[in-house]
Ligand binder design. Structure first.
Ligand code: KG4
Ligand code: ZN
Length: 337
């Protein structure tokens, strides 16, 4: 084993994640989720998430150390999500990371959550070729990034202008009376449906940008459901799910592949909770193959929020020789890459 032992702490949304990493080696990865507490609200309630982080933090650190077979005193540096994310949730993680850094006398590194989603791929597939394009798709973000260097040079190419892709899944699931989070039940229903049964709009398709928009699509689904309720065409949930899903994954994969071609990049990483989607994985695989692009999708466990991704990015930052954060490290709910 080589390189410093990095403890990563993630609390940007509803997962308390703690990871232990050396270089590209994953040693420990424990996640405590408050998702069940948010389910009845159909989305994450920030106050509830913050309280859950506070309760879960110390036990999750303990579990991660135990599973990695290391002691807290073995840790060489602490990396923590400084943003973007929910204000109160981020504060819990950063406060805990400061306390560990102070108590251990080890350096603290505040890192970017979005870049962590890309860095985590190294734990599964080894060092990321430079440059790479990354498509991050989750409940909180939908971003296309040009990654020249994980620690020092990541450029945002585009973002969602309204809802995140996962958020669109969650909202459409609610319209279809499917449970929260909506991604898995829509993915499942879509497999029985006909994606051509309805033609839903493709937001920002062919607009010459790498931005995304999903709110028009959500409104189109809502109208379709309202029409059915008023006695129009009967509601076929599987068809709506399949047509909605096709609209989302068509735009995501088209823009991601276009970004690779335009920037002469031959590696695409797809990460975030929506990367678990079967149709997204399949279409990305086909389109990358056609374009001669290597597709990297970490296993679902690493795609969703976790502490290992923050530790993986921390390892890169330490290896790049960047200065540690000071103990007045602040959180930033909209931290740019
Ligand atoms: O990365 P993640 O666990 O948390 C953050 O939002 O940061 O992503 C959660 C999102 C939810 O919106 C969920 O509906 C979506 O990922 N998701 C999926 C699938 N599994 C989870 N979306 C589409 N298809 C799936 N199979
Ligand atoms: Zn995330």
């Amino acid at each position: 084993m080589s390189g410093p032992l990095i403890l990563g702490i993630e609390t940007s949304c509803d997962e308390t994640g703690v990871g232990l990493v050396r270089g590209c080696e994953l040693l420990g990865d424990e996640v405590a989720s408050s998702v069940d507490q948010h389910a009845r609200f159909g989305g994450v309630v920030p106050e509830v998430a913050s309280r859950a982080h506070l309760e879960a933090m110390t036990p999750t650190v303990r579990r991660a150390l135990d599973s990695a077979g290391v002691a807290l005193s073995d840790v060489d540096a602490i990396a923590v999500t400084a943003g973007p994310g929910l204000a109160g949730a981020l504060l819990v993680g950063v406060s805990a990371a400061k306390a560990y850094a102070m108590a251990l006398g080890k350096p603290l590194y505040g890192v970017n959550h979005l870049v962590g989603h890309v860095a985590v791929d190294q734990l599964e597939h080894g060092p990321l070729p430079k440059p790479a394009i990354a498509l991050l798709v989750s409940g909180g973000h939908t971003s296309l990034l040009l990654v020249n260097d994980l620690a020092t040079d990541v450029v945002s190419l585009g973002d969602t202008v309204d809802d995140a892709a996962g958020e669109a899944y969650d909202k459409v699931a609610r319209l279809l009376e499917l449970p929260y989070p909506g991604g898995p039940p829509i993915d499942k229903a879509a497999q029985r449906g006909n994606p051509k049964a309805i033609r839903f709009p493709r937001g920002k398709w062919g607009d010459g940008t790498y931005d995304f928009s999903f709110s028009g699509l959500k409104t189109a689904v809502a109208r379709h459901v309202e029409d059915a309720d008023r006695g129009g065409e009967p509601l076929v949930v599987a068809d709506i799910a399949a047509a909605f899903q096709e609209s989302v994954v068509d735009v995501l994969t088209r823009k991601a592949v276009d970004a690779c071609v335009e920037h002469g990049v031959s590696t695409l990483v797809i990460s975030g909770g929506v990367a678990a989607n079967s149709s997204l994985r399949e279409l990305a695989r086909q389109r990358c193959q056609e374009a001669g692009i290597e597709l990297r999708v970490p296993r679902p466990r690493l795609c969703t929020d976790n502490g290992a991704m923050i530790a993986a990015l921390g390892a890169e930052v330490v290896a790049a020789g960047l200065p540690p954060s000071t103990l007045d490290l602040a959180t930033d709910t909209s931290l740019p890459v």
